[in-house]
Design a protein. Structure first.
Length: 327
């Protein structure tokens, strides 16, 4: 059953066009069998077999637990391709690459030398724009006003102000203020009994923040896999700094459409009290709620859109193109 069938009021707030394949191939989950001939990669999983020309797989991404014949490793490395391994949640484990392979160094050198401000500006603009778009969509679906007087104008002014900020720290400040405001407005659409008032730091003590963090974790894993597939350094961000900084840059504009809309829709439909347990120190989701949440996120987290964004970022770094965020 789809999330739209499970929660009838849920509607997707964003549509994306069909996106061309990217030069990496992801095998996720558990139980796949991979083998290769001199020209073909064969992946068997759940009774389904997929065959790909080996020349199309420039970077094989293996996430979870699978059976890999040594022919896969040998054929891909011999053809100049890389193989990266991840935990089931997207945590990187390691990479196998051919002797003499240097393209990853080229990409990461370009990333390190990039003009941070232009990339941080693109991320901040995309993030605030997607949040405004999501809130306006919620307002259009409501009978009563969502915004207090002047709030939408403040968000729009924050977006317009970004162009005139010359320091990345100023971009971070405006982005942070707009994000805080977004969650406080979003909270007005969610039943008060959930305890959700704003976005909080871990550990969470309300069910909605807990669900949001679960969704963001899945989104982070998907984007981290794609970033490594493009040979980017996931820790070298522009707007976000620290571990996973680049991944947070990638996912921030996608949070409203890929996670927030679905989580808030589930909350508005009503979450039975037996599906979660929240105390003064943390909130725990039931296995049944996690199953519903995971199925829903598989629909709303669009891997092909994430891949397209990552390819746009790589192209901007290597070819010096303008970096555009998909919204």
């Amino acid at each position: 059953m789809s999330i739209s069938e499970t929660f009838p009021s849920f509607k997707k707030n964003m549509e994306w066009s069909v996106i061309e394949p990217v030069p990496w191939y992801l095998v996720s989950g558990f139980g796949a069998h991979l083998k290769a001939t001199p020209r073909t990669l064969t992946v068997q999983k759940n009774g389904h077999t997929e065959e790909l020309p080996l020349s199309r797989v420039r970077h094989l991404l293996v996430m979870g637990g699978h059976h890999i014949h040594t022919s896969v490793v040998a054929r891909l490395l011999a053809s100049g391709s890389c193989i990266s391994f991840f935990e089931a949640d997207g945590e990187p484990l390691g990479i196998a690459k051919p002797f003499g392979f240097r393209y990853d160094e080229v990409v990461r050198e370009a990333q390190a030398k990039a003009y941070s401000h232009s990339f941080a500006l693109a991320v901040a603009k995309g993030s605030i724009h997607s949040r405004i778009q999501a809130l306006v969509g919620l307002q259009e679906a409501r009978d009563e006003p969502l915004f207090y007087e002047g709030e939408l104008e403040i968000l729009e002014k924050s977006y317009a102000e970004l162009e005139f900020l010359v320091r990345v720290e100023e971009l971070r400040r405006v982005h942070r203020l707009a994000s805080d405001m977004y969650y406080e407005i979003l909270a007005r659409t969610i039943p008060q009994e959930t305890g959700f008032r704003r976005r909080t730091a871990r550990p969470h003590v309300d069910v909605v923040n807990t669900m949001l963090s679960f969704g963001y974790g899945l989104l982070f894993g998907n984007a981290c896999v794609a970033a490594i597939g493009a040979h980017l350094d996931p820790d070298l961000g522009f707007l976000h700094k620290g571990k996973g900084g680049l991944v947070y840059d990638i996912i921030d504009p996608f949070k409203p459409a890929m996670v927030d809309g679905m989580v808030s829709a589930i909350a508005r439909e009503g979450i039975p009290e037996e599906e979660y347990e929240c105390g003064p120190s943390r909130c725990i989701l039931s296995d049944d709620l996690l199953v519903v949440l995971t199925k829903a996120l598989h629909e709303t987290i669009r891997q092909e859109v994430i891949d397209e964004q990552v390819m746009a970022l790589q192209g901007a770094l290597i070819k010096k193109n303008d970096y555009l965020v998909i919204t």
